[in-house]
Ligand binder design. Structure first.
Ligand code: NAG
Ligand code: NAG
Length: 185
């Protein structure tokens, strides 16, 4: 019975943690913004950031002279503006990063991408975690709870920890908790 209470408490703590974690906003190019002036090294800018799912990427620029196109890796490399995945033109575009991996952007005005107005927002995949396109993957993963459960629960939780859950870490955490409740209720 004590363990069930412990499991419920753990679930409550996890829920609270998820609410506390919130997204960051990154303005591309910092104070310079999105421009060809000053030869800003957007690759360097991007390399110094640790992007996470849920972050907002803000492109601030003069909409008379620039725009933002989201493109594939091949288009990014070739500065190919013919078929962008998305185009933004307001001059103050905030883009919500919803998945891990690379997100490629450049300015679609002729010559600007070639001049270096391009940026790769890379949300790193964490070690040992399968990338999942499900809704669960858009939530930052909580610590694996099995490590915090003392006593006999450990032996039940450990094999689950090794599994790659199709529902991400949240699903895995739920599975661990369900196992605890079933075994000790
Ligand atoms: C640009 O991309 C389009 C669509 O993917 C493709 O058809 C075209 O051949 C590409 N152009 C160049 C110059 O790579
Ligand atoms: C651009 O939008 C952000 C929030 O989306 C806001 O904080 C900022 O003041 C805006 N900048 C301009 C120049 O409108």
């Amino acid at each position: 019975m004590a363990l069930v209470k412990r499991a419920v408490a753990l679930l409550t703590v996890m829920t609270l943690m998820l609410e506390v974690i919130h997204a960051a906003m990154y303005k591309v190019g910092d104070s310079a913004g999105w421009t060809t002036i000053g030869k800003i090294d957007y690759k360097q800018w991007s390399a110094t950031k640790t992007f996470q799912v849920g972050d907002i990427i803000l492109f601030e620029y003069n909409a008379q002279f620039h725009n933002v196109m989201r493109v594939t890796h091949a288009m990014y490399k070739a500065c190919n503006t013919s078929a962008p995945l998305a185009t933004y033109t307001t001059g103050n575009d905030s883009i919500n990063i919803k998945t891990r991996g690379h997100h490629f952007f450049f300015c679609g005005v002729p010559g600007h991408c070639q001049a270096g107005q391009k940026v790769d927002i890379n949300v790193l995949r964490r070690d040992g975690m399968a990338p999942t396109p499900s809704a669960a993957s858009s939530v930052p993963s909580p610590p694996v709870p099995s490590a915090k459960v003392p006593g006999p629960a450990q032996s039940n939780a450990m094999p689950l920890k090794a599994l790659k859950s199709p529902f991400g870490n949240i699903g895995l955490a739920m599975a661990v908790l369900a196992t605890l409740v079933i075994n000790f209720a």
